[in-house]
Design a protein around this ligand. Structure first.
Ligand code: GDD
Ligand code: MN
Length: 404
């Protein structure tokens, strides 16, 4: 045991104290994995590859994945870092129970923060190994591919090895029809706009030289699901990419955290990168939501006028509808990481309404002023809209959805 550098650690020692708060059932499941010797064979230290595993409510998947990694990477000096965003189901307790039993497993618990990209990045930055890999906790990614991925990195032929769902087959078992179509569309965009020669640029399963991540880390967004694309787009010199195929498996435990918002976020990332990070993803989403509000306003106005409501009353109701719709969408999409729920949803709506009214008055003021200087209606109108939008965006970010 002494040659693995962990002689001081009690690895397979007596039962550790069980935290009273944690779920017994889950801990005993974790414990049974820790008892099996498979988590330890081969040298542990120094790690050659760090497997980063972001988790959000994945407690049932953690012990299974740890065991599968041990099998897949037998003989490799690997370590795993689970990065958990304070899951309510006790995921981190399961991880820590495993780390008390094996120096291969570590957990980072993040509080007051949400987001796959940010969690993934934090895990990768905690690594000191020459290589890092990112893999989902939910067993949808085929961990047996990791060995090939590592071998390619070792050979020095590539900086990044991406496990792709589309290299061989055109199908992926684990994706719904809609997700599948969305995923294909996003891939098309990535290939067109970023000229990335990737069949699966949205992949959350890849291995990379750690140093390449360290170099671009400050430029990466902590929002969204698109960490691979972000790394590739942010690299100062193009990274050499290789792909290996795998079949995306259906999820068994827990549920997907990815929803329709991902497509918007994804387009946002592309625009952000194309404009050299001038336009932030959040601002873009805010703008898209604002644009949707114009349609809601017009649709509601049309409906109310047709129903015989007078113009002033109809427009007032339509504006209220549009504002509520904007607020709800911003809450669900633009500021999903700071989402307001319950009573905070209601107070947030009032805040948003009050602040946007100020933005409205300010915008009208600015456009009137400009129109008086130079009577060009479109210039005045644009300036007013820009000022109003900026005001709404800044106050929404700094006040209504202020990070807590
Ligand atoms: N720490 C943390 N914080 N982990 C998260 C968060 C978060 O906010 N959101 C999701 N995760 C974890 C999940 O627990 C899981 O281990 C992994 O990230 C992927 O999340 P899923 O919710 O299972 O995503 P998916 O299967 O729908 O999406 C798959 O396809 C995407 C591309 O279409 C994944 O492979 C993604 O990585 C991929 O980008
Ligand atoms: Mn998944």
């Amino acid at each position: 045991m002494a040659d693995d550098g962990f002689a001081a650690h009690e690895v397979t020692g007596p039962e550790a104290d069980t935290p009273s708060t944690a779920d017994r059932d889950v801990l005993s499941r974790a414990a049974s994995v820790g008892d099996s010797p498979e988590l330890l064979p081969g040298s542990v230290w120094p790690a050659e590859i760090t497997i980063v595993i972001p988790t959000l409510n994945e407690r049932d998947n953690v012990p299974v994945l740890a065991e599968r990694l041990a099998t897949a990477l037998e003989g490799v000096a690997w370590e795993a870092i689970f990065v958990d965003d304070d899951s309510g189901d006790g995921t981190i307790e399961v991880v820590k129970e495993l780390s008390r039993r094996s120096p291969r497993i570590r957990g980072i618990r993040r509080v007051h923060r949400r987001g796959l990209a940010g969690a993934s990045l934090e895990g990768m930055l905690a690594s000191a190994a020459p290589y890092v890999a990112l893999i989902d906790a939910d067993l949808q990614h085929d961990e047996t591919r990791l060995r090939d991925m590592l071998d390619i990195l070792r050979s020095g032929e590539a900086d990044v090895v991406v496990a792709s769902r589309y290299v061989d087959s055109r199908e992926s078992e684990g994706l719904s029809q809609v997700r599948h179509a969305g995923s294909r569309a996003a891939t098309w965009f990535a290939q067109r706009l970023l000229k990335a020669p990737l069949t699966d640029p949205m992949s959350g399963f890849f291995a990379i030289r750690r140093e390449a991540v360290d170099r671009v880390a400050p430029k990466l967004s902590d929002q969204g699901f698109k960490i691979l694309l972000d790394i590739l787009a942010s690299a100062p010199e193009p990274l050499r990419v290789r792909e290996v195929p795998y079949v995306f498996r259906p999820r068994i435990h827990g549920e997907s955290k990815l929803d329709a918002a991902i497509v918007l976020e994804y387009l946002g990332l592309i625009v952000a990168k194309l404009t050299g990070d001038l336009v932030s993803i959040r601002f873009l989403m805010f703008g898209l939501v604002g644009a949707s509000g114009v349609f809601v306003n017009l649709a509601a106005l049309w409906a109310l006028l047709n129903a015989g409501v007078g113009f002033t009353a109809a427009q007032s109701a339509a504006m209220l509808t549009a504002m509520t719709s904007n607020y709800t969408l911003n809450n669900a999409l633009t500021y999903r990481d700071r989402r307001r729920r319950g009573w905070r949803f209601v107070t947030g709506l009032l805040m948003f309404a009050a602040l946007c009214s100020v933005g409205l008055v300010g915008g009208v003021g600015v456009s009137t002023f400009i129109y008086e200087q130079a009577p060009r209606w479109w210039l005045a109108g644009l300036a007013g809209a820009a000022v109003g939008t900026m005001w709404n965006y800044v106050t929404s970010t700094a006040i209504t959805w202020r990070g807590r």
